[in-house]
Design a binder for this molecule. Structure first.
Ligand code: MSP
Length: 539
């Protein structure tokens, strides 16, 4: 269903700046980019500003202090450097985020303090004592059961847990258990996919305990983090600070973004679901604010069958991604080819996905070189051969299977699943291929190039491909802008919007007879699967 809501607000996690970006960060942000572009496409240029897409960096973690010290720089300098790396990576991918938040910005720290002060005033935040197992590599406390299950090592990084005891400010999470359960049950789309929702429900039903939200300054600590309102000796726990980022941008004075709250979609991976599906909504309830519509937790990328980790040194890092995005085997739109692979083969569901060179080449050839690329050049070539490159007037624009196929593809534009959006566009290209195979316009033309069936078939194919190009455009903005231009059509703007909303734009018959159809070079030349992978040049 095309998106009908007045505003759409899509977020990604804000990423830790202790290290450089890798494929995981780029993947979540890519999915958000595709959803944001698809939402602007659905709304059209006049309402594209009703879509807001936020990403950014989470900077107050203890591990930022540690990494900065290792590199002999101040934490803020380290944060500045790595935040710039994330911004550069996201620009490289062509992401259309409307803002980039950094938690060290005053616009954010002011709002966090205001919200925590409000929770102190309402009694939702109080001072108490805490002892527990701390996973310093993930900056989180684990329950006794989880710690024991993993032999007192981090379930994510395998590093040893620390027993810590602290005098802390606590958030009264336990008070919101019933309201949260009722909310999850009444709103089946709140936590997605369903399997993840069931995991969260199972854990909530074991009982919610109050959580520490501050840390007392220790001797010799580098001061880093937001101080607790009214108590300079405590700093706000990094996770609590970070979650508020989503609200910060909506409450920034003078920006008029209040209308975007609640968020439509928090896109995250499974590692941080608890914070987003439990702690965050309960804090919002404590503040009397509506909770986000959907928290969507995808799974993880692994590499050639192995988990990516620092110790293995096998991250798909930016130099590797950059090498694919410039690989000559993928032609002039290699960046779009990479976006396409990540988007359609990624871990959106509940299983992890493997980043594998052979698969990347196979998918590129199947979906792009032999799919939309080949269909577009066949149709453009025939129009050039039989009609001197002028789109023929079709005597029968409403007949044949393609108008129906196009309508189905447009109706299948699911606002939550960009892989479904992409799949619908693929189906439409397949319908064009099947139609050409069945009607054989080249054979008819051999007998009689003036046979009106040739004109009718090619008009239909070109029109279906125009619509397919529009539907593919959130995933592959560069290549599809080029294809639309070859078909004499306007390109989307840099944010993915066209002058008309999707349903008007994709109404059948939009292509004017007489339009010049340019052949051009192959959009996606076939890649040779026997060629070695591109070599990453270290940054
Ligand atoms: N700073 C916190 C998030 C705070 S949000 C209020 C954090 N940062 S992180 O840098 O560790 O990023 C975690 C996120 O990066 C995951 O939830 C996911 O979106 C993305 N990914 C990191 N590694 C990934 C894979 N291997 N595969 C897919 N995405 C992964 O947690």
């Amino acid at each position: 269903m095309p998106d009908q809501s007045p505003t759409t607000y899509i977020t990604t996690p804000i990423y830790y700046v202790n290290d450089k970006p890798h494929v995981g960060h780029c993947y979540t942000t890519l999915i958000a980019d595709c959803l944001a572009r698809a939402a602007r496409l659905a709304k059209g240029r006049d309402h594209a500003a009703d879509v807001f897409f936020l990403t950014g960096t989470d900077e107050h973690a203890e591990k930022v202090v540690a990494s900065a010290a290792k590199h002999d720089v101040a934490p803020i300098e380290w944060a500045d450097r790595n935040a710039a790396e994330f911004q550069a990576a996201f620009r490289f991918f062509g992401f259309s985020n409307d803002d980039f938040i950094r938690t060290t910005q005053p616009r954010h720290t002011d709002r966090v303090r205001a919200h925590i002060a409000a929770m102190q005033a309402s009694g939702d935040v109080y001072l108490g004592d805490y002892e527990g197992w701390y996973d310093a590599s993930q900056e989180e406390y684990l329950t006794e059961t989880t710690a024991r299950e993993h032999d007192f090592t981090s379930p994510v990084t395998g590093r040893p847990l620390e027993k810590r005891s602290e005098h802390n400010y606590f958030f009264r999470l336990s008070a919101y258990q019933d309201r949260l359960l009722a909310h999850i049950e009444a709103n089946p789309g709140f936590i997605q996919p369903d399997a993840r929702k069931n995991e969260v429900l199972g854990r909530i039903k074991q009982g919610l305990q109050d959580v520490p939200i501050s840390r007392a300054a220790r001797e010799g600590d580098t001061p880093w983090g937001i101080t607790m309102p009214g108590d300079e000796s405590h700093r706000v726990y990094v996770w609590i600070d970070a979650l508020f980022n989503y609200l910060t941008v909506c409450e920034e004075p003078g920006q008029h973004r209040e209308c975007f709250w609640p968020a439509s979609m928090h896109l995250i991976a499974k590692d941080i679901l608890w914070f987003h599906a439990v702690i965050w909504p309960c804090m919002l309830m404590a503040l009397d604010k509506p909770v986000p519509t959907t928290v969507y937790a995808h799974s993880f990328w692994v590499r050639e069958g192995r988990k990516m980790s620092k110790s293995e040194g096998n991250f798909i890092d930016l130099p590797t991604l950059d090498a694919y995005a410039n690989w000559d085997q993928f032609g002039p739109f290699a960046l779009d080819a990479l976006r396409w692979y990540l988007l359609t083969q990624g871990p959106l569901g509940t299983t992890d996905a493997d980043f594998a060179h052979a698969k990347l080449v196979e998918v590129y050839n199947a979906d792009l070189a032999n799919g939309i690329g080949n269909a577009a050049s066949r149709v453009a070539n025939m129009i050039n051969k039989y009609f001197d490159g002028q789109l023929p007037d079709s005597p029968d624009v409403a007949g044949g299977p393609l108008p129906g196929a196009a309508e189905t593809a447009v109706a299948a534009q699911d606002p939550v699943r960009p892989d479904t959006q992409a799949g619908a566009a693929i189906e439409l290209v397949n319908a064009v291929d099947a139609y050409i195979a069945e009607t054989r316009p080249f054979s008819i033309a051999k007998e009689d190039p003036k046979d009106p069936r040739v004109a009718a078939i090619l008009y239909q194919c070109a029109e279906a491909l125009r619509i397919a190009a529009i539907l593919f455009s959130p995933a592959m903005p560069g290549a599809m802008a080029e294809l639309l231009e070859r078909f004499g059509q306007p390109r989307p703007d840099a944010t993915g919007a066209f002058s008309q909303p999707l349903t008007e734009l994709c109404a059948w018959g939009g292509l004017e007879p007489g339009t010049t159809i340019v052949k051009g070079d192959a959009l996606f030349p076939r890649a040779d699967a026997t060629v070695d992978p591109p070599v990453a040049v270290p940054a």
